[in-house]
Design a binder for this molecule. Structure first.
Ligand SMILES: NC(=O)c1ccc[n+]([C@@H]2O[C@H](COP(=O)([O-])OP(=O)(O)OC[C@H]3O[C@@H](n4cnc5c(N)ncnc54)[C@H](OP(=O)(O)O)[C@@H]3O)[C@@H](O)[C@H]2O)c1
Length: 321
């Protein structure tokens, strides 16, 4: 995934949250078709700025990657969190409706979680029931995005990307594990939260595939398979060849102000049907992350990194599509 598309056909794509993990990768993939907007270019808490910016740029699509993503802090700052994750999305939806632009709202598996007995992947139409302020704010953001006639709500999960991929702040779970491995021989990691941690470049390509397929509605876009944070850390250290002992602990042994879903795997069949494709497995995500970080990943999951260029060259996105 080292290439970018420098002439995304038929229209510009505004990327909000362009300095974040997902936003920066989409900007890289879209090349000159991207209109990257960081918080200093467009603060989403300013409704007039949203309206004026979208009206002036008249983009083919807006991919909203901006969000309040500090899950724990959201419990104490619910108004601030909702302002970005929900209210602002409503303003984006209005602005996109006025220009006829498509709106892609990125959401999360944390809109689910109340069902403690759950053991099979969530479908897009399963009733959401968030456990946290962050999850509730993202659910409200989904509902707000649906106010735009040409909307796409993309739920994803456990995002991580390699610092080498862009201006990422090195604070995702894998970065943290590798930093810990530099100073210690053992780590304790939660083993009773099951989801599908997903590698940002894979998810970014999945979003562009949905746009290319003119998909509308709600879709789940994650790597394939499922694991726990314990499983992810173990696989990371195994592939990186680091002799770190990983101890499995229960969620209650890792105090947090927020209840997180015990099981929030997302069913991606709708994505597969719409795009005719699947994203790689989560172990391949780890492999690609390690390679992008300048480390050599070990087998079995060491295929060549997903090459997006031939595919991106076929992708088009127009206001009339
Ligand atoms: N990270 C995950 O594990 C995960 C999992 C599932 C879904 N998601 C969703 O995926 C999307 C992308 O996540 P990510 O990991 O790329 O997030 P991220 O790295 O935290 O990036 C979020 C971006 O939003 C920007 N932002 C925050 N408040 C803003 C405001 N008021 N106006 C404009 N920009 C603002 C941030 O700018 P600053 O740098 O200036 O703060 C940052 O660039 C989000 O919708 C998130 O909810 C994430």
């Amino acid at each position: 995934m080292t290439s970018s598309l420098h002439a995304f056909p038929l229209g510009s794509v505004v990327i909000t949250g362009a300095g974040g993990q997902l936003g920066s990768e989409l900007v890289r993939l879209l090349g000159s078709s991207a209109v990257p907007l960081s918080r200093t270019d467009l603060d989403l808490r300013d409704p007039l700025a949203i309206r004026d910016t979208i009206s002036r740029l008249h983009p083919a699509a807006v991919i909203n990657c901006a969000a309040w993503t500090a899950v724990d802090a959201a419990e104490q700052h619910a108004d601030d969190c909702f302002a970005v994750n929900a209210t602002a999305v409503g303003h984006l939806a209005e602005a996109c409706a006025a220009t006829g632009s498509r709106l892609v709202q990125v959401s999360t598996d944390y809109v689910f979680g109340h069902d403690e007995q759950r053991s099979r992947p969530y479908l897009e139409d399963d009733p959401p029931a968030p456990l946290s302020v962050y999850g509730a704010s993202k659910l409200a953001g989904e509902q707000a995005a649906r106010g735009c006639p040409r909307h796409l709500v993309v739920r994803t999960c456990g995002l991580y990307s390699a610092a080498a991929n862009g201006p990422v702040r090195g604070r995702n779970f894998l970065d943290t594990m590798l930093a810990l491995a530099a100073t210690r021989r053992d780590v304790r990691v939660v083993a009773d939260q099951i989801c599908t941690p997903s590698y940002v470049p894979h998810v970014a390509l999945g979003i562009l595939r949905l746009l290319a397929a003119h998909a509308q509605g709600t879709f789940h876009v994650t790597n394939a398979g499922e694991t726990s944070w314990f499983g992810l850390a173990s696989e990371l250290f195994r592939q990186a060849g680091l002799p770190i002992e990983v101890a499995a602990i229960a969620s209650h042994e890792y105090p947090s102000p927020v209840a997180r879903p015990r099981y929030s795997v997302l069913d991606t069949s709708r994505f597969a049907a719409a795009t005719g494709s699947h994203l790689p497995s989560w172990t391949e995500g780890v492999s690609d992350y390690l390679q992008a970080s300048g480390r050599v990943a070990r087998s079995p999951s060491t295929p060549a990194p997903l090459d997006s260029r031939p595919e991106l060259e076929r992708i088009s996105c127009s206001p009339s599509s």
